[in-house]
Design a protein around this ligand. Structure first.
Ligand code: ATP
Length: 307
């Protein structure tokens, strides 16, 4: 398990983390979602042991980030959002260089290099210079670098940023493979849709606080159940008036052509409300539950919390 408890981090007057509580179960692919400046990089750098929090605690697989930096380095692989590559090194040499930094040399290092290059689909690029790789390939090479010491946990800061759709799909496939290999992965992103089909867990951060976290399906299902759209050819506002007075219903958008609303309570309520509206003589032309995306959920939560 990866957890933080009341993490606080200040940069001068900027409060980047305001008491962040994170819980990531082992084996999860945890999507860490937040807008620019929300505090994602700060959190990941603390978990990687690269930055000290001002207060609070953080532990990765039982290793405390403050008391056991060596233990943290063993279990964590970190891929930063911005990274430099050495332009005078070839792809294979680049990985051998990082392997040596972990004390891995000789035949073992060569085998590791080849295995990692195969995993990130760069085997055919082993002998080209690193700076001739495309952005997507450089991202994958950086991912391979973060895997050199076979860490149990991977912290990936915006791994798909700047990638075209094809490169993004390739990156996703590699992350799926890592997940199958049993790694626990935290992926930060502000591109919400790219996380939805990859993650099993999601944590939403805004202004240094966690808005909500949990299994992806729970977060989506909880909200999906409650959102509906109704279109009627009746007088304007007539349907909205009925919905407004219905227990557990709340109007989200009242437009001339349709009413969008939330409904809590039992499933029977959905049918009873429709019966009521039709019973009032309103010709209903459309009545449906809407799909709530991860993006809708995030925006809604951020609005609630930040006013
Ligand atoms: P992004 O998606 O843009 O990378 P983020 O969610 O990763 O954003 P952080 O980089 O953690 O956010 O930044 C959180 C806040 O702390 C921001 O307000 C940022 O401006 C500020 N900040 C981050 N690093 C520093 C620094 N070294 N000095 C001063 N302020 C910083």
């Amino acid at each position: 398990m990866i957890s933080t408890n009341g993490l606080i981090k200040k940069y001068g007057r900027t409060l980047a983390l305001q008491g962040l509580d994170l819980e990531v179960p082992l084996g999860a692919v945890y999507g860490f979602i937040g807008q620019n400046g929300a505090g994602k990089t700060t959190t990941l750098r603390i978990l990687a042991g690269l930055l000290r929090p001002d207060a609070g605690e953080a532990a990765v697989v039982g290793r405390d980030v403050l008391r056991d930096p060596r233990g943290i380095r063993e279990v964590v692989g970190y891929m930063p959002d911005f990274f430099g590559v050495y332009d005078d090194l070839r792809v294979g040499e680049y990985l051998l260089f990082y392997a040596a930094a972990y004390g891995i040399r000789g035949v073992t290092a060569q085998k590791l290099r080849d295995d990692l290059l195969e995993l990130v689909e760069l085997g055919h690029k082993r002998d080209v210079f690193v700076d001739t790789l495309s952005r997507g390939m450089q991202q994958r090479l950086c991912l391979a670098r973060s895997l050199i010491h076979d860490p149990q946990v991977l912290l990936l800061d915006e791994p798909a940023s700047g990638l075209d759709p094809v490169a993004r799909v390739e990156m996703r496939e590699i992350l799926r493979e890592l997940c199958r290999l049993g790694k626990t992965i935290i992926i930060s992103s502000h591109i919400l849709t790219e996380l939805a089909d990859l993650c099993t867990y999601v944590g939403m951060i805004s202004e240094g606080r966690l808005l909500r976290q949990g299994p992806l399906n729970d977060l989506l299902a909880g909200d999906r159940l409650r959102r509906f759209i109704l279109r009627s050819n009746g007088p304007a506002d007539a349907a909205a008036e009925i919905i407004k007075g219905w227990p557990g219903a709340a109007i989200i958008n009242n437009l001339p052509e349709q009413v969008e609303f939330q409904l809590s309570g039992a499933a029977d309520d959905v049918a009873l409300l429709l019966k009521e509206i039709i019973g009032a003589g309103l010709p209903v032309v459309h009545y449906a539950q809407t799909e709530q995306s991860l993006e809708d959920t995030f925006i809604q939560l951020a609005r609630e919390v930040n006013g």
